[in-house]
Design a binder for this molecule. Structure first.
Ligand code: C2E
Ligand code: CA
Ligand code: CA
Ligand code: CA
Length: 274
């Protein structure tokens, strides 16, 4: 159902509808994407919503497929997760992110997504610490974003996070509130930051009902001594409501889209007058 194209890329046939063959084709191309220089990392600023100052940036992976053009992370990350390709690619993202520490400057942090598969790797702690050592970036400037589902029922993953935190790396729970076991597990999770999923931010409309989940998350974070970051902030109204609810850190199109390293440098210069 597939054949190699003239440049060695998989040709996607119209009949290639079932997930397994489509995944296999994507997985094959993904294996070579790094060597072909098709992957890039962009950076979305994380800001103090009151002052607009930059606090850090999240590294987000981009894939410009040689034949198909840009492919969304939501389409290829799950495949990379299943095949294990996310392990080398994830470490590459970490290296690319740490390489921007100078650009970001000011002690600001780099936030890097760590997939469940990466967290299960027995060498993950060693790999992260080695990347930090190679880059010369202090561990305190690295935040690793983990989804709730990665943490549930994964004793080794939790042990790894404890170890990383002991070295000064901070842990953020990504898409917080979208999992089911969060409350049960949260009190014993090694974490520092809750990222409020953008689906809850999108519900903020000035009503009590719209604010219910965000209010609960901020309350919980305060009780547990955690920080919160609101994801997907798109409007001034959402930003104002988040501040009134006690969440003063945000990320979203209102502040900046994910930026190239050069764009990030520009953003930091513009928004952070000396
Ligand atoms: P995520 O970690 O929740 O990342 C936030 C996503 O929200 C990003 O999508 C970002 O571009 C998007 N976003 C930011 N601000 C706004 C906004 O104001 N409105 C809306 N509608 N969206 C906004 P992106 O870059 O497409 O990434 C999608 C997902 O792919 C990420 O969700 C993350 O789960 C995964 N991903 C991306 N890069 C990596 C990576 O390097 N490693 C791993 N393991 N996963 C990654
Ligand atoms: Ca994330
Ligand atoms: Ca998220
Ligand atoms: Ca997400």
């Amino acid at each position: 159902s597939k054949r190699a194209g003239s440049h060695g890329f998989t040709v996607y046939q119209p009949g290639m509808v079932d997930r397994r063959s489509a995944d296999a084709a994507l997985a094959g191309d993904l294996d070579q994407a790094l060597d072909r220089d098709e992957l890039a990392v962009v950076f979305q600023p994380i800001v103090d919503t009151a002052s607009g100052r930059t606090l850090g940036a999240e590294a987000l992976l981009r894939w410009e497929h040689g034949a198909r053009g840009p492919i969304r992370p939501d389409a290829f990350i799950p495949v990379a997760e299943r095949t294990g390709a996310i392990i080398p690619i994830g470490l590459w993202v970490l290296e690319q992110a740490l390489a921007q520490a100078g650009t970001l400057g000011g002690g600001r942090y780099l936030s890097v997504n760590l997939s469940p598969r990466q967290l299960r790797e027995p060498t993950i702690v060693r790999d992260v610490l080695a990347a930090l050592a190679r880059s010369g970036v202090p561990a305190g400037r690295l935040v690793l974003e983990i989804t709730e589902s990665a943490l549930v029922d994964d004793g080794n993953g939790i042990a790894a996070l404890h170890e990383l935190r002991a070295h000064g790396v901070r842990i953020a729970v990504d898409d917080f509130g979208t999992g089911f076991s969060s409350l049960q597990y949260l009190t014993r999770l090694p974490c520092d930051i809750l990222k409020i999923d953008r689906s809850f931010v999108a519900e903020l409309d000035g009503s009590t009902e719209g604010a219910a989940v965000t209010t609960a998350i901020v309350y919980l974070a305060n009780v547990l001594g955690l920080r919160t970051i609101a994801e997907g902030v798109e409007t001034r109204e959402q930003a104002a409501e988040l501040r009134s609810l006690g969440c003063e850190t945000g990320q979203g199109y209102l502040y900046a889209k994910p930026l190239s390293p050069a764009g990030l440098a520009e953003h930091v210069k513009e928004r952070n007058p000396a």
